[in-house]
Design a protein around this ligand. Structure first.
Ligand SMILES: NC(=O)c1ccc[n+]([C@@H]2O[C@H](COP(=O)([O-])OP(=O)(O)OC[C@H]3O[C@@H](n4cnc5c(N)ncnc54)[C@H](O)[C@@H]3O)[C@@H](O)[C@H]2O)c1
Length: 264
């Protein structure tokens, strides 16, 4: 256990596969959880579970790619619980397709949610954290932010950007005792991956007779030394550690949780 009692944590994309596990883990560690998600109803369901177990939390329907919405979300969180201690930039989405066929709209979707959303939330959080000279920012990037992959070029570019932003903000905020790190998940079966696998099934003839889950499992086996997918709870465990006092001297890092698929 990492003992985050009394700390306030905002988790974006908290209603999704990985975000939900992060919210649950930080809540179990004692943090008050603000679940910010485009899907306000699902975020509300998560918070009802947390509050039902006598822990504190708040759901806020938020579009992280919208500056005004992000400002309102931080104001509401502060109004309810005071300034935040932990920000987890987890909201994300993937667009699939060869770069040559990629529409500008798809390119802008990945950039606006994954990169602009991380920037907007980090900027808002930094203002609260600098004033108190404390804070933890954890950005959920991807192993796609370490090495480009065919078919997900726009997504990879956005996640490279997230790692660059992580490093720059770690340098700018270190003097205020704020750490900024990225976690790079490998392969986790969530709605995001399922959507990608459906695209592969429909667009790559060699995969047409495989189910989305078979496509995912084959990919994991072929690239992962441990030959198994990771779980959302694996990611949540590293997030909880990075949010804790034990991680006070770790900053500017992008740490893979991927069964060894990437070693850099
Ligand atoms: N699943 C994987 O294998 C994997 C691998 C590497 C990185 N990641 C990253 O992990 C994070 C979580 O992904 P996931 O697999 O849980 O996906 P998911 O689709 O299950 O969850 C994503 C969540 O983000 C929310 N969201 C999307 N756009 C938003 C916006 N504009 N504002 C606020 N919320 C928004 C969605 O409503 C959803 O609840 C993403 O950043 C993703 O890129 C996932």
């Amino acid at each position: 256990m990492y003992h985050l009692d009394g700390q306030i944590a905002i988790i974006t994309g908290a209603a999704g596969g990985i975000g939900r596990a992060i919210a649950m883990r930080l809540s179990l560690e004692g943090a008050t959880v603000v679940a910010a998600d485009l899907d306000g109803k699902a975020a509300q369901g998560l918070i009802q579970e947390i509050v039902g177990e006598e822990r504190r939390g708040l759901a806020l329907q938020t579009n992280v790619a919208d500056e005004k919405d992000v400002e309102r979300m931080f104001e509401e969180s502060r109004g309810n619980f005071g300034p935040i201690d932990i920000l987890v930039n987890n909201a994300g989405m993937g667009t699939v397709g060869l770069m040559i066929d990629h529409s500008l709209e798809d390119w802008e979707k990945s950039m606006s949610v994954n990169l602009k959303g991380t920037f907007l939330c980090s900027r808002a959080a930094a203002k609260e954290m600098i004033a108190r000279k404390r804070g933890r920012m954890i950005n959920i990037a991807s192993i796609g932010g370490k090495e480009g992959e065919e078919f997900i070029g726009g997504y990879c570019a956005s996640k490279f950007g997230v790692i660059g932003l992580t490093q720059a903000m770690a340098k700018e905020l270190g003097r205020y005792h704020i750490t900024v790190n990225a976690v790079c998940p490998g392969y986790i079966w969530t709605p995001m991956w399922e959507k990608m696998a459906v695209w592969f099934q429909q667009n790559v003839p060699a995969l047409a007779n495989k189910s989305p889950r078979e496509i995912f499992d084959a990919r994991v086996k072929s690239v992962t030394p441990l030959r198994r997918p990771q779980t959302a709870e694996d990611i949540a465990a590293l997030v909880a550690f990075l949010a804790s006092e034990e991680a006070k001297n770790i900053s500017g890092q992008a740490i893979n949780v991927d069964g060894g698929a990437r070693m850099h």
